[in-house]
Design a protein around this ligand. Sequence first.
Ligand SMILES: Cc1ncc(COP(=O)(O)O)c(C=O)c1O
Length: 375
Amino acid sequence: MTESIPFIDLQAQRKRLGASLDKAIATAVAGGQWILGPQVFELEEKLARFAGVKHAIACANGTDALLLILRAWNVGPGDAVFVPAFTFAATAEVVALAGATPVFVDVLPDTYNIDPASLQAAIATVRREGLLEPQAVIAVDLFGQPADYPKLMAVVESAKLHLLCDSAQAFGATLAGRSTVSYGHAAATSFFPAKPLGCYGDGGACFTSDDELAATLRSLRMHGQGMQSYEHERIGLNSRLDTIQAAILIEKLSIFPDEVVARQAIATRYSRGMSQIPGIRTPEVIPGARSVWAQYTLRVADRARLQSGLKDLGIPGRVYYPAPLPHQPAYRSYPSAPIPVSTALCNEVLSLPMHPYLSDSDQQRVIEAVLQTVR
Ligand SMILES: Cc1ncc(COP(=O)(O)O)c(C=O)c1O
């Protein structure tokens, strides 16, 4: 029987960090400040510096990071928030949790990110209908690659909306040399273990260079706390980062730039090896963008055949995502623009093994298995 390649190998990174990681965890435990301890503030400074933004506000997970920002902007009932139809559920979920209405728009066929033209048309439709007040757009850096922020900013500025970057999958990605989390009016990321920068549990962060927004987010993550303990200025959440997770992330951040380079080398090799295969469409990155390749995702017409052929050869292929959000039971009642591209992608996408420790020989095995299965 052929031995399988893991889809993602988090233990390889743990081995590399070894004693320094174990020591950081032990120090966090011995320190006794297990929630929002000193390592959390050290991490926030390091994340902000890494991303070139003024403030990073750590919180319990990426979903809360998005929700905290919507709440800070007072997005609520009667408001429309435009979100891509092809993304993870959390992007739309937070809009509904804030009491507002997610309005789905289509994505682009080459980058899988939000389509500025579909967005513009959806904003015009909502304005014409007059039932909801357009307030914000959430752009997703899907699979690790930046959305087209210059085009999106032009749409958002002319419509006078907030732009929130859902960079849950893309911390470390850049566009024109700038971190994705520095675009828009605020950004959110996730430190879920499988993310490019992940911790050993749940974690997330908000990013902004606006001092007032940062102060509001810090209050909101602590039950809306005011200047004094047990003084509550607003309705908030319990959404703080554990000190152990911060200690782990500090260690991981020290090797992260190196891992991003490794991910890029793998993606480049995959694309060179597979872009000429008839019937396979390799992912495209917009000019000036650097993806962190949270996923390496192909488009293929006969996905079932490719997926089962790869499985026989010990190569796992996963489908992110099998259905556009407005086709899911929880989101069917919300408004949606026409989404032909999102629908087609859900039938055609297949993500291949991707992590910075994928060996040369395993990369070659993946490429050859795709070639062999498709021919
Ligand atoms: C695009 C996107 N947004 C938001 C989230 C939510 O992050 P978390 O799982 O940390 O809550 C995820 C997580 O998978 C995601 O992929």
